[in-house]
Design a protein around this ligand. Structure first.
Ligand code: AMP
Length: 385
């Protein structure tokens, strides 16, 4: 296909050699493109950065920001279906893409996940529990919301927050003015603070035919607001793991999702599962599936958006995944490579700024054999900071 000419897409299921357009050039796009290549597809990346992790392994690249109509048109003309690894595309940009090519998941799904208020409203309407929350647009409104929800609480920007950015944690009413000043004038949401026992997530995939498969519930540990460690499976009672999977399936169906979706949840001290946020794309807490599952989250995503059948989201091993973050993470790379039993993944980023995800490692255990804390730490030894 020549750029500029809008021709009909290839139709579903996508035949071999069809081109999948991915918006976003990061590591999620890179690993999606690698999975797509194994299924005989090409990927074309829309990214701002020439040498982005996804562009390095893709068949084609459109270099542009995510709003320029001419670039979006050229990108759409070069591909058969469009998906996202980066969610913050403008509503107008999404409309334009969706008018030209099938967009999976649908723009309506992205719009919900782009905005924490829309997301929480949607979840609660679908009967899914979250922390108590209120939209906040003034300091007076914040005081009123805090009086209803209680303190401590978590104040977040409704959009563009990730890895704990765009958050403040007022503990007392004297903290509210500073928290508001730090985050306003952006639209905000106040959430009740969940004194969680652990954080878990489920990656669920839904095909174009409505088939739904969910990976096992995993446990996530964060450091400085960034995912540090994922343990598969989560060390929670079976009933909690099953409840988390049920929630993820329910969200996927309620959204009419085509693709994969990550649902991040808190397990509170009473064993109740509350959804924190959803991401309609492959997710960092699913990277372990590359090495521990016959078909990874990335393969399931590509299969779903290509209209292929979904295999079971089964797991042949237990796993621990640790991120390599920032310059310290990158400094561990030689030791990671030298360690038997660590499966290394590097994303091809040339700048290791603090907090940036540079790669990850996975270590596998026989199914049912995930060791305790010390065993996991020992197995990940060279990858740990
Ligand atoms: P988020 O940006 O919403 O993913 O939040 C990043 C991290 O902050 C989460 O993984 C939690 O560890 C913590 N966090 C977010 N919201 C809450 C909350 N309502 N209560 C307690 N901890 C939270």
């Amino acid at each position: 296909m020549t750029a500029g000419a809008i021709t009909a897409g290839a139709g579903f299921p996508l035949p071999p050699n069809a081109t999948i357009g991915l918006v976003g050039g990061g590591q999620l796009g890179r690993m999606s493109a690698l999975a797509a290549a194994r299924l005989g597809y090409r990927c074309h990346i829309l990214t701002r950065e020439a040498d982005s992790p996804a562009a390095q392994v893709a068949a084609g690249v459109t270099l542009s920001d995510y709003a320029d109509p001419a670039s979006l048109r050229a990108f759409a003309a070069a591909v058969d279906v469009i998906s996202f690894e980066f969610e913050n595309v403008s509503a107008a940009g999404l409309e334009l893409l969706a008018a030209l090519r099938p967009v999976r998941p649908a723009p309506a799904v992205l719009r919900i996940s782009q905005d924490r208020v829309a997301e929480k409203r949607f979840l609660n309407q679908a009967g899914i529990a979250t922390a108590p929350w209120e939209a906040v647009d003034s300091l007076e409104g914040l005081h009123a919301a805090a009086a209803r929800i209680g303190l401590p609480a978590v104040l977040k920007t409704t959009r563009y927050g990730y890895d704990g950015k765009g958050q403040a944690r007022p503990r007392r009413s004297e903290d509210l003015a500073a928290a508001f000043a730090a985050l306003a004038p952006k639209p905000l949401i106040l959430e009740g603070f969940v004194d969680f026992a652990c954080e878990v997530s489920v990656i669920v995939a839904r095909g174009a035919d409505g088939a739904v498969v969910a990976f096992d519930t995993v446990e996530n540990r964060h450091r400085d607001g960034i995912l540090d460690l994922t343990l598969a499976p989560a060390r929670v009672p079976d009933s909690v793991a099953a409840a988390a999977q049920d929630i993820a399936r329910k969200v996927a169906v309620a959204l009419d999702l085509v693709g994969v979706l990550a649902v991040e949840m808190f397990v509170d001290r009473d064993g109740r599962v509350l959804v924190n946020e959803i991401a309609p794309r492959p997710h960092n807490s699913g990277h372990w599936t590359i090495d521990a599952c016959p078909a990874s989250q990335f393969e399931l995503h590509i299969r779903a958006i290509a209209g292929l059948p979904l295999p079971p989201a089964s797991r042949h091993a237990d796993a621990a995944m640790q991120n390599l973050v920032g310059p310290e993470g990158l400094a561990r790379w030689p030791a990671v490579l030298a360690a038997p039993g660590l499966i290394p993944h590097l994303y091809g980023k040339t700048e290791a700024s603090p907090g940036r995800k540079m790669g990850h490692v996975t270590t596998l255990f026989p199914r049912g054999g995930l060791p305790g804390e010390f065993g996991v730490a020992a197995a990940l030894g060279p990858a740990r900071g």
